[in-house]
Design a protein around this ligand. Structure first.
Ligand code: GS8
Length: 214
């Protein structure tokens, strides 16, 4: 069967979130770049893949899906379901909890910081420090919860790696490209968890793709 196609630019943390899952799952896939500069994401071809005109989108045969976390789950279900613990009702529920926490607590505090510091200047705008500071405070509160959790288990869902951990990789790598990486210093268990994730080939692959020269 032909490799799956992941559409999007690797500058986007929503796209590279999928790369972490596809790599960890050992999926056969290729990245098909979408050019924001020419408005390709709003072209009829891409709108057929993602009606919101956004990246990422994934094509696997006649299946076309969008929303990065749905793509990540699909890659795991198809190639490495143990990353979702789907065979165990309770363990799967805990994985789901931390997949949601990544989206609605962690990344919801982190992405406004990344937008202000990394994206806005690229678009010719100026970083709004008030937005950064407010969201750093929110992020610290989230990290307090992570610190407590990770002092009890090696990974977020338990003592096993899951999609919940991997979904943090792309945005956390972006955080480390800002002057605010030191926010992790106050949370030793979070730092140790992140070092463990960083050592994984899947996360290394994301890091390599996110380098501007890649
Ligand atoms: C968000 C996709 C998104 O914002 C997901 O896939 O997780 N909830 C979705 N994609 C941005 C790329 S920046 O990371 C995008 O495509 N923006 C272009 C636009 O909205 O026009």
């Amino acid at each position: 069967m032909a490799p799956m196609k992941l559409y999007g630019a690797t500058l986007s943390w929503n796209v590279t979130r999928c790369v972490a899952a596809l790599e960890e799952a050992g999926a056969d896939y290729e990245i098909v770049p979408i050019n924001f500069g020419t408005g390709e994401h709003k072209s009829p071809e891409h709108l057929a893949r993602n009606p919101f005109g956004q990246v990422p989108a994934l094509q696997d045969g006649d299946l076309v899906i969008f929303e990065s976390r749905a793509i990540c789950k699909y890659a795991c279900r198809k190639n490495k379901p143990e990353l979702l613990k789907e065979g165990d009702l309770k363990e799967a529920a805990i994985v789901d909890v931390w997949v949601e926490v990544e989206a609605h607590q962690y990344t919801s505090a982190l992405s406004p910081i990344l937008f202000e510091v990394l994206i806005k200047p690229m678009l010719g705008g100026t970083c709004d420090q008030k937005v950064v500071d407010e969201n750093l405070e929110k992020l610290k509160k989230v990290l307090e919860v992570y610190e407590a959790r990770l002092s009890k288990s090696k990974y977020l869902a338990g003592d096993y790696i899951s999609l919940a951990d991997l979904n943090h990789a792309s945005v956390t790598l972006c955080l480390f490209a800002t002057p605010y990486a030191s926010v992790f210093d106050a949370y030793p268990h979070v730092k140790a968890w992140w070092s463990g994730l960083m050592a994984r080939p899947s996360v290394q692959k994301v890091a390599a793709l996110m380098k501007p020269s890649a």
